[in-house]
Design a protein around this ligand. Sequence first.
Ligand code: ADP
Ligand code: MG
Length: 306
Amino acid sequence: MTAPARRRTPAPTAPGDAHAAPGARIPGTASGADTPGGAPAAPAAPGGLAVDGLDVALDGTPVLSGVRLTVPGGSWLAVIGPNGAGKSTLLKAILGLVPYTGTVLVDGEPAHARTLRERARLIAYAPQTPSLPPDMTVFEYALLGRTPYLSYLGWESRADREIAAAVLDRLGLGPLARRRLGRLSGGERQRVVLARALTQQAPILLLDEPTTALDLGHQQQVLELVDRLRLADGLTVVTTLHDLSLAGQYADTVLLLSQGRSVASGPPAEVLTEASLAEHFGARVRVDAGPGGRPLVHLVRPEGDR
Ligand code: ADP
Ligand code: MG
């Protein structure tokens, strides 16, 4: 088994092309997730997602109930909500990693109608708490993102290795390429998990809390990179985000989950309001208009506690 695997998609030739998604995409025309109780979810745009009537029960406990959302191809949805609201479970259901009832359309087709390999070419996922084999190197792990494109002989081509190297460079991880995963800091691990997802070159990216372990500079680096890829290649992005200001700065649409239900969705300024955050997070916040009118959310100490 010495022959390199034949790629099934054209290989990018430069780092700037390293995330070219297959096929034409419709960039940045977010019209927003549907509001709860509104009209039925529209069919997904190319590369888009549509979820309707999604119910998930884990160990007999309802975790998601009647969740619906539409993410047009090329747009960015931020899913927010308090701990345990069901954000990670929502991503897992879209990926088919947990059993669900309801409709999940990926690029206009029911998710379950595709093979796992087909799905992996369409959707890349960076989990919140991945288990990383401690003896694997950063480069080997990033290269796992190419698995959906390998032949059944299973060898990566030079192009696969170039893609993995280019993604590591773009995340500032080039110098760590030979480092073993067991010897990384929390923030480095998080960027390596993102690198694997980007190496997959899928048109849809699901990122579960991609910035929680990162310092400010790396938060900005990662989200700016994802946004550049979205604008250049028309990627569809769904992130869960704890940092509500980041959600407000980057997302076209914010979906607020609470106790497994969608309680609000729409443009950031409509969802990230002081009243709504007080009600669903039990937090006292001040919301200011930031650049472009996008909301910035600040925690404020309750009166009398100062
Ligand atoms: P979030 O990502 O919003 O913090 P999760 O989707 O991880 O929330 O979890 C939603 C709820 O489902 C939580 O109450 C959690 O305890 C519960 N849950 C998650 N996994 C399981 C499981 N395997 N069995 C039972 N309950 C689970
Ligand atoms: Mg979670």
